[in-house]
Design a protein around this ligand. Structure first.
Ligand SMILES: Cc1cc2nc3c(=O)[nH]c(=O)nc-3n(C[C@H](O)[C@H](O)[C@H](O)COP(=O)(O)OP(=O)(O)OC[C@H]3O[C@@H](n4cnc5c(N)ncnc54)[C@H](O)[C@@H]3O)c2cc1C
Ligand code: FES
Ligand code: FES
Length: 485
């Protein structure tokens, strides 16, 4: 059973949409269908933050709301189902600006004003969960928003002002009503959307998803859309049939077991990062550098793997950790190692109508640790030129277990097996590190592109092997920028 519509709250009003092209983005919907032009369009690719809106959704307890800043330009309209969409027009109450708007005025945080609604919405999302943010938290919240004229100091100062009046804004006043309405939406059958040409399905269970894919093997899976939507907004493609994974209950698994983590493929970064960062600190630091807060609020682990990009950041780290995955097709499941998933550039072992269900990430045993290095031109919101991950176990300074994986060095993320062989069962010293650096040339023949040349990639890969060694030799060597505030 399904309903041929999506239902959501726009601010506090119930909206039902049917007969609309599911390729439409939330930004297009707001500006072209609702004439809410406060939300701006800059890049249409998730990079500038001008289109930032806030999505409130039910937390797992079904009693509380999570407020997330997202990029409206790369979110499909169907993903609004059973959520609350808050835009800049909705913040003020009568003539009174919301705290996050007033502080922008007070701190002179706006000149031409084009970026201002986006900054205000990022700041609003931050203050909904944290009304006394510190500078690091503000920088993290605003890293996905660009301003070309004001300069960031005044905007950061505005966002830093504690919000004493959170409890009085209209969202706090309608909180219980919003929770009830979103719960009511959740009881509806699976949502569908169609303009009779293009179709969108949002199954609620993995069985329903599997059947939908068998019946429509041409359909394209979409989770956070932070990769896929660019094919529509940048390549100007139109997708005939979309199957949305965000409502599939089984794909939201998040288990912290004794010896492994289990992460559902549709869980966004912002939900699974704290759990992983607690076990693998450097992995947590790296994830904080994937895109921006807006991207991490929507982007999922399944999407990062399913996209099969040679420069996706999670696969090399998870390959080094020996992660495995379950793939489902129809009612059968198979389990494979993540390192066997990628076959060639953008090609995977996924069969027609098959999808990634869960990702299993082993925990470290005593003496094992993970080192991760992301090389990009900027710290925030930038794609990697090279990503290196080292999972290593030393006993009496002998390497007794090692898995090394790289991204950006080949058409797929993959292990550096010659490099590993140069280190395994060897004393961990300068001589074995030099051998490993040389062996890297047997593992990879990197390519040149807009991000880096082949020579740069190889050199930086070799240097990262040495950096890993130096950091393990002495905890006191300062090799990283750790405080950007
Ligand atoms: C501004 C910006 C910055 C970015 N920065 C980074 C970065 O720093 N590092 C990085 O690695 N990536 C980055 N990305 C890419 C993207 O955000 C990530 O790859 C993200 O994890 C994709 O997840 P998603 O849920 O949005 O995938 P979607 O866009 O929904 O899907 C991506 C692909 O995976 C497939 N897919 C999705 N889920 C499944 C599944 N369960 N089973 C099988 N196939 C599936 C889809 O069909 C599609 O082909 C960035 C993107 C943008 C726009
Ligand atoms: S318009 Fe630039 S991030 Fe959306
Ligand atoms: S005020 Fe002009 S872009 Fe920020």
């Amino acid at each position: 059973m399904s309903i041929n519509a999506i239902r959501f709250l726009l601010n506090n009003d119930v909206v039902s949409i049917e007969n609309i092209d599911p390729n439409m983005t939330v930004l297009q919907y707001l500006r072209e269908e609702r004439f809410n032009s406060g939300t701006k369009e800059g890049c249409s690719s998730g990079d500038c933050g001008a289109c930032t809106v806030v999505m409130a959704e039910l937390a797992k307890d079904k009693q509380t709301l999570n407020y997330k800043a997202i990029n409206a330009c790369i979110s499909f309209v169907g993903s609004l189902h059973a959520k609350q969409l808050i835009t800049v027009e909705h913040l003020k109450q009568g003539a009174k600006l919301h705290h996050v708007q007033q502080t922008m005025v007070d701190h002179h945080g706006s000149q031409c004003g084009f970026c201002t609604p986006g900054f205000v919405m990022s700041s609003f999302a931050l203050h909904q969960h944290n009304n006394t943010p510190n500078r690091v938290e503000v920088l993290e919240a605003l890293a996905g928003n660009l301003c070309r004229c004001t300069g960031y100091r005044s905007i950061i100062d505005a966002a830093l002002v504690p919000n004493e009046s959170t409890a009085n804004d209209s969202f706090a006043q309608h909180y219980q009503q919003t929770v009830k309405q979103l719960n009511d939406f959740k009881t509806l059958p699976s949502a569908e959307l169609s303009n009779n040409v293009h179709r969108y399905f949002a199954p609620k269970s993995s069985a329903e998803l599997a059947k939908k894919l068998l019946d429509n093997p041409q359909a394209i899976l979409v989770a956070g859309a932070t990769d896929l939507a660019l094919t529509v907004t940048q390549n100007l493609a139109t997708i005939d049939d979309l199957v949305y994974l965000g409502d599939v209950a089984e794909l939201h698994r998040l288990d912290n077991n004794a010896d492994e983590f289990v992460i559902g493929s549709a869980v966004p970064y912002s939900e699974f990062t704290p759990m992983l960062a607690n076990e693998y600190h450097e992995l947590g630091e790296m994830i904080e550098r994937i895109g921006s807060k807006q991207i991490r609020n929507n982007g999922t682990l399944g999407g990062n793997i399913g996209n099969a990009s040679p420069i996706g950041d999670m696969p090399p780290a998870l390959i080094a950790l020996g992660a495995t995955m379950t793939l489902q097709r129809g009612d059968s499941e198979r389990k494979i190692a993540l390192e066997d998933f990628f076959i060639a550039y953008k090609k995977t072992v996924l069969n027609e109508a098959e999808f990634i269900k869960n990702i299993y990430i082993p925990k470290a045993k005593a003496g094992q640790l993970l080192k991760v290095y992301k090389i990009s031109k900027r710290i925030d919101d930038d794609i990697s030129a090279v990503l290196a991950a080292f999972f290593i176990e030393l006993n009496d300074n002998v390497v007794t277990n090692i898995r090394i994986a790289f991204g950006g060095m080949a058409g797929i993320p993959m292990r550096a097996k010659h490099c590993e062989a140069a280190l395994l069962n060897k004393t961990f010293n300068k001589a074995s590190i030099t051998a490993a650096q040389q062996a890297l040339t047997q593992d990879f023949q990197p390519m040149s592109d807009v991000r880096a040349s082949d020579k740069y990639r190889m050199k930086v890969g070799q240097n990262l092997i040495e950096k890993c060694y130096l950091e393990l030799q002495s905890k006191n060597i300062e090799t990283r920028v750790v405080n950007y505030a």
